[in-house]
Design a binder for this molecule. Structure first.
Ligand code: RIB
Length: 338
C-alpha cells in the first residue's frame, strides 16, 4: 500500500515543527523567515504533501464546504445553477458537495444527514421536498446555515428569488399581444409554489383583459420533463389552444417533438413559450421563445449569501431579487386564421 505523506514527514524533512508547517501552509507563517517558508513550500511539492482536510476541519472547526441539494441534476436549469455555485464557491475557496434528490423525500433526508455528518459548513436547498420538520429538527437545531430557494416556499431568512408571478405575466402579455385567445398551460399535477405563482401571474393578465382563465385556458398536467412535454401533446392539441405556455423549457422541448410527429408547425399552427432560458433553446428548431431566469447568477448569489452567513452568522436576513425577462425567439407568432 502506498503511504501518504503526512504533515509530520514534511516537518521532519524541513527540520521544523509540525506547528510551523501548519501555519505556513495555512498562510499564517508571516513570522517565519521567507527562507523557511519557501523551503517548506518547496518540500511540500517535492513530497506531494496534500493537507488532510478532516484533520484541518477538526482544528479550524470549518470544512470550507457547502452542501447543495437540487431536485434533478439532469435538468439543464439545475446544471447551470450548479455551474454558478461552483464558480463562486471556487472564488470564495469553498467546495460544493452536490446531490440530486430526484424529488424523493427519503433520498433528500439521507443526503442531508450525510452532509451534516461531514461537517458541511452550510446548505443550499433548491429541492422542494424538504419539510419544515427537517428544517426545525435538523438544520436549526444543529445551527447549520442554509438557504432555501426556487421550488421552496418563501420563508424568512436568506433568499435569492426571481419573480415567478411577473414571469407568468410576461408570458401572457406576449401571447395576448400576438392575438391569442385560447391557451394551454403544461405543468406537473403537484406543482411547487414557484410554478403556481407563474400561473397566477398569467391569470392576472388575462383577467385584466376581461378573459376568464377557466374559459380560455386548458391546464394539461404532465411531469415537468421532456418526456412530460411529449406526453402532453395529445391533450394540448385536443384543447384547441393556439398558444401553449410550457411551465419550463424542458417541457416545451418535449412538446416540440410531439407536435412535429403530428405534422403541426410551430409557430404557424401553434405558438409555444417556455420558461427558464436554458442553452438548448437556441439549438432547437424553431428557436424557443421563453421567460429567462438568470440561472447562473441565481447559483452564484446563493453561494455568496450562504458564505456570508457562514462567516457572520448574526447578520440581518439577506434577500436578493433577480429579474425575469421575455426572450422572444421564433416559436411564437400570430394565431392561424381558420
Ligand atoms: O426547469 C426547472 C424548473 O423548475 C425551473 O423553472 C425552476 O425554476 C424550477 O422550479
Amino acid at each position: 500500500m502506498i503511504k501518504k505523506t503526512t504533515i509530520r514527514d514534511l516537518a521532519q524533512a524541513a527540520g521544523v515543527s509540525v506547528t510551523t508547517v501548519s501555519q505556513i501552509l495555512n498562510g499564517k507563517g508571516q513570522r517565519f523567515s521567507s527562507e523557511t517558508r519557501l523551503h517548506v513550500l518547496k518540500l511540500q511539492k517535492e513530497l506531494n504533501y496534500v493537507p488532510d482536510f478532516n484533520a484541518r476541519n477538526l482544528i479550524l472547526k470549518s470544512s470550507q464546504s457547502i452542501g447543495v441539494l437540487v431536485p434533478n441534476i439532469g435538468n439543464p436549469f439545475f446544471s447551470t445553477f450548479i455551474k454558478g455555485i461552483q464558480t463562486t464557491a471556487r472564488e470564495l475557496q469553498y467546495i460544493p458537495l452536490i446531490f440530486g434528490a430526484n424529488h424523493d423525500e427519503k433520498i433528500e433526508s439521507y443526503y442531508l444527514e450525510k452532509m451534516i455528518e461531514r461537517a458541511t459548513g452550510g446548505l443550499i436547498i433548491a429541492s422542494a421536498s424538504i419539510t419544515t420538520e427537517t428544517i426545525d429538527t435538523t438544520l436549526k437545531k444543529n445551527g447549520i446555515p442554509y438557504l432555501l430557494m426556487d421550488q421552496n416556499p418563501i420563508v424568512d431568512g436568506d433568499r435569492v428569488q426571481t419573480n415567478d408571478f411577473d414571469g407568468g405575466k410576461l408570458a401572457a402579455e406576449h401571447l395576448l399581444s400576438l392575438g391569442h385567445q385560447q391557451f394551454a398551460i403544461t405543468m406537473p399535477s403537484e406543482p411547487t409554489a414557484n410554478l403556481l405563482r407563474r400561473v397566477a401571474g398569467f391569470k392576472q393578465v388575462l383577467a385584466s383583459k376581461g378573459l376568464v382563465f377557466e374559459q380560455v385556458v386548458t391546464i394539461v398536467y404532465a411531469p415537468m420533463t421532456k418526456a412530460g412535454g411529449y406526453e402532453a401533446t395529445r391533450e394540448v392539441l385536443a384543447s384547441g389552444a393556439t398558444a401553449v405556455f410550457a411551465i419550463n423549457d424542458e417541457m416545451a422541448i418535449g412538446l416540440y417533438r410531439g407536435l412535429r410527429q403530428q405534422g403541426i408547425l410551430i409557430p404557424t399552427d401553434i405558438s409555444v413559450i417556455g420558461y427558464d432560458n436554458i442553452d438548448l433553446d437556441e439549438y432547437v428548431e424553431p428557436m424557443l421563445t421563453t421567460i429567462q431566469q438568470p440561472i447562473l447568477e441565481m447559483g452564484s448569489m446563493a453561494t455568496r449569501l450562504l458564505v456570508n452567513r457562514i462567516k457572520e452568522p448574526l447578520i440581518a436576513p439577506q434577500v436578493v431579487d433577480l429579474p425575469v425577462e421575455l426572450i422572444q425567439r421564433q416559436s411564437t407568432g400570430v394565431p392561424k386564421i381558420n
